[in-house]
Design a protein around this ligand. Sequence first.
Ligand SMILES: Nc1ncnc2c1ncn2[C@@H]1O[C@H](COP(=O)(O)OP(=O)(O)OP(=O)(O)O)[C@@H](O)[C@H]1O
Length: 309
Amino acid sequence: MTDPTASTALRATGLGRKFRSGWALRDCDFTLPAGRVTALVGPNGAGKSTLFHLATGLLRPTAGEIRVFGADPTTGAARDRVAFLAQDKPLYARFTVAETLRFGRSLNRDWDQAAAEGIVRAGGISFDARVGTLSPGQRTRVALALAFGKRPDLLLLDEPLADLDPLVRIEAMGLVMAEVADRGVTVVLSSHVLSELESVCDHVLLLRHGGVRLQGDTQQLCDEHLRLTGRAEDSTGDGLPSGLDRARVVESRVTGRQATALVRRSGSDPLAGAGTDRWITETPSLEELLLAYLRSDGPTTSGTTEAAA
Ligand SMILES: Nc1ncnc2c1ncn2[C@@H]1O[C@H](COP(=O)(O)OP(=O)(O)OP(=O)(O)O)[C@@H](O)[C@H]1O
């Protein structure tokens, strides 16, 4: 058995997965720390679900490897420690809630019936109700009860809250975070709702075109960047200050007379000698940081890889 206190929950080395249509993931290297909540972010088709399927052993890599607490995801040692909630939350519609939990118990050696029942009960859901008659929010709660009943060390959530209204989303997220706080379970959560991630995630992995664009501790990543706002310069094509080191610019935009840019700090001051006294510089929010990296095609930020190691 691997060490449950091991500091790395997921590690990928040269990870790639190819389908007939092409590479869904390619040359991915990342490390996701244990005991943290990681946001897995990327545009549609970036490879997020493929990554989850590789981490759960449902798919095998075409190249490289992925390890779950140091183990091959297709082995029992890894599978026992991982719970996965997929986008479509597959549950048997004709089962009652009680039958669903019994099914979970029959599949898992270390099943925690009290924990699973507690999650269902806290949502006011009848154990006799058929799953097919439940609201989307109630189905999510039952799916989470199944996931947490397994007592996982790693919980993988592939946009499970996408079909919920905002109030139910917040409630379901609160449920996840309570379990994280109680048990220190590691969570990887994919979501397109960037504004919700800042309050729940402390680590991020951003995929684009099947590759890793950004990874690391969220606070550290924000601190490693600057948001620059000011009146667009007429003399430069991109509106930014002429002396600004363009190699550090992740993304820039001009709206009317105003220019904004997200810039990497990377040690020395990227604005040194740039004549930027008329520009406002601020540390970006996580949402601003993620949006800039989602929009841009620039190189991977190497300093953040160090942050994740
Ligand atoms: N089973 C499969 N067979 C063929 N191609 C696949 C398969 N699964 C994924 N792909 C392709 O791999 C790429 C990545 O898909 P994936 O579902 O992993 O992206 P995603 O980031 O989860 O997208 P979304 O945000 O829309 O859920 C896409 O081009 C997709 O068409």
